[in-house]
Design a protein around this ligand. Structure first.
Ligand SMILES: Cc1cc2nc3c(=O)[nH]c(=O)nc-3n(C[C@H](O)[C@H](O)[C@H](O)COP(=O)(O)OP(=O)(O)OC[C@H]3O[C@@H](n4cnc5c(N)ncnc54)[C@H](O)[C@@H]3O)c2cc1C
Length: 490
């Protein structure tokens, strides 16, 4: 039985979507020099799942379906199924060393989590619940690559969302028997250039009176009026794969999404003019927990890759066996294992919600808080281990083509365990990962994708078992009294 392939995905992106870069419309993203390699990387994910040796690991057959689909769409009923699903997501993450932050399994995780809490939508209205259920069926059966925009452009942070200028935050400007019309912006549609559809919602708190902003829906990327304003493309700026092995292939892109009077039919509207439902959609269902559990799975792969880079950096400059360097590597390894251990904890201490098994929410939020802090520290450790090695590199592959320069490169890029070519190749990859503009964007990503620190610590505060913690303190306090002590002393 077959499943979605890379070629199918590429074809599905040739849909006339409106993407702007450097002041121009890009046309077909699958061939544009700013996006084509990222698109190929997305296609690679589907080709990987379609290989006969991977099909069982990566896909499952949905009830009544005639095609296998990615396991990210599978709703685990127990711990074993959760681990099986995670292994598929880890295998995908390994293909990009964790640098594709918004691979298709991220949104699939969010959608299945929301569907697990379908009763929350039923309370909001049977038509909206039906819309979500049907959308889950459509998106999963077609193995859609979805992205989402659930955050509003910053503009004036000191003002409430409803007080921002009229055309800023995406809002409902009209509705009729056919559906709603939305106008305004959302950020930051990571992977939107290579996704099939965008899931639109509002994760930030809204208050009564801001109902026009309180909606959630799904929109095909080629919807009329949907404009994608891409940030600078690191792929376009990459000199060659040898010079920029990661940014040339895994620049998933981020973009402001502007809805220029986009019409969305009712059957794709999941939340309608309900400010509290915008919160409940993610937090009263396992949606938020599932999407961020996927993010931690991906990070566990990326951070292990960075640990590998660190070790190789020390090999490239011959410091591996120096005691202080070993200490740094040992500390790094402990931090990497902590990320893995937290992931294992989320799974082992998961709970049943009806018939579905969901990861431990507090452990997930703890991991989120700690890893957004950890990532820049890990990057700093790699920089610290490197010294000038990441900078003392030939400007590009073209230096190797000049025999005179090649001779100097061969004489100066020596290493105990690597040839000069291997050393340059490796150090360029290391710089691409941690120091380039692309690498820097990744630090920003890991620090912010799940919300600023005040947001993630808020989730941690909200989900911690304070009753048990303070209960132990109370137990201790109850075990002695001043009057008794005074009685004993006299
Ligand atoms: C690379 C990248 C990719 C992204 N991809 C996506 C995506 O695909 N989809 C999507 O929906 N979103 C995406 N985002 C957006 C991301 O979710 C937000 O950046 C994140 O939620 C933080 O919100 P913000 O950017 O508005 O920052 P803010 O919340 O404005 O925070 C910025 C700073 O201001 C401070 N601050 C602001 N308000 C307060 C306050 N009330 N109290 C205390 N401190 C405050 C914060 O502490 C922080 O230091 C992406 C972001 C990045 C960087």
């Amino acid at each position: 039985m077959s499943c979605k392939t890379g070629a199918e995905h590429i074809k599905s992106l040739q849909d006339g979507r409106t993407v702007y870069l450097d002041g121009k419309l890009t046309g077909d993203v699958t061939v544009h020099p700013a996006f084509r390699n990222a698109v190929k990387s997305a296609a690679m994910l589907y080709d990987f799942q379609a290989q006969p040796e991977n099909i069982e690991l990566m896909t499952f057959k949905p009830n009544g379906g005639n095609r296998r689909i990615n396991r990210a769409w599978q709703m685990p009923r127990n711990y074993a199924e959760m681990v099986q699903r995670r292994k598929a997501m880890q295998a995908w993450a390994r293909l990009s060393c964790g640098f594709l932050g918004r691979s298709p399994d991220h949104l699939a995780s969010s959608v299945i989590g929301q569907v697990m809490g379908i009763e929350v939508f039923e309370k909001h209205g049977p038509a909206r619940a039906k819309a979500l259920r049907d959308y889950y069926e459509e998106a999963s059966r077609n193995d859609y690559f979805l992205t989402y925009v659930i955050i509003n452009p910053q503009a004036e942070r000191a003002k409430d969302w409803g007080e921002q200028a009229e055309d800023l935050v995406a809002r409902i400007v009209d509705e009729d028997a056919g559906g709603i019309t939305i106008r305004g912006a959302k950020m930051l549609g990571t992977s939107s250039i290579m996704a099939n559809e965008v899931f639109v919602a509002n994760l930030q708190p809204l208050k009564p009176g801001e109902e026009a902003l309180a909606f959630s829906c799904a929109v095909p990327m080629n919807a009329r009026g949907l404009r994608v304003l891409s940030r600078k493309s690191y792929e376009a700026a990459a000199v060659s794969v040898f010079d920029n092995p990661i940014s040339s292939r895994f620049d998933e892109n981020d973009a402001l999404i502007y809805f220029d009077d986009v019409k969305v039919p009712w059957e794709r509207v999941f939340v309608h003019r309900d400010t509290d439902m915008c919160r409940a959609q993610f937090h009263d269902t396992p949606g938020h927990a599932y999407q961020n559990y996927q993010a931690q799975i991906r990070l566990s792969v990326k951070i292990k890759f960075l640990c590998g880079l660190a070790h190789r950096i020390t090999e490239a400059i011959g410091t591996t066996n120096l005691p202080p360097v070993r200490e740094q590597l040992g500390f790094l390894a402990a931090q990497v294992s902590m990320v893995n251990a937290m992931m294992a904890g989320m799974e082992a201490e998961g709970t049943m919600r009806g018939e579905w098994y969901v990861p431990n929410r507090h452990y997930m939020y703890s991991a989120q808080v700690l890893t957004q802090d950890l990532y820049p520290k890990v990057i700093n450790t790699l920089r610290d281990l490197s010294g000038g090695a990441l900078i003392m590199l030939p400007s590009s592959i073209h230096d190797f083509a000049d025999p005179q320069l090649a001779k100097i490169i061969n004489a100066t890029q020596r290493a105990a365990k690597m040839s000069p070519e291997e050393k340059v190749k490796f150090l360029k990859a290391a710089w691409d990962a941690i120091g380039s503009e692309f690498g820097s964007r990744h630090t920003q990503y890991e620090m912010f994708y799940a919300g600023a620190r005040f947001v993630t610590t808020g989730h941690s505060y909200r989900t911690f078992d304070w009753a048990e913690a303070t209960g132990m303190v109370d137990q201790l306090m109850d075990s002695y009294q001043l009057a008794d002590e005074l009685g004993r002393a006299n």
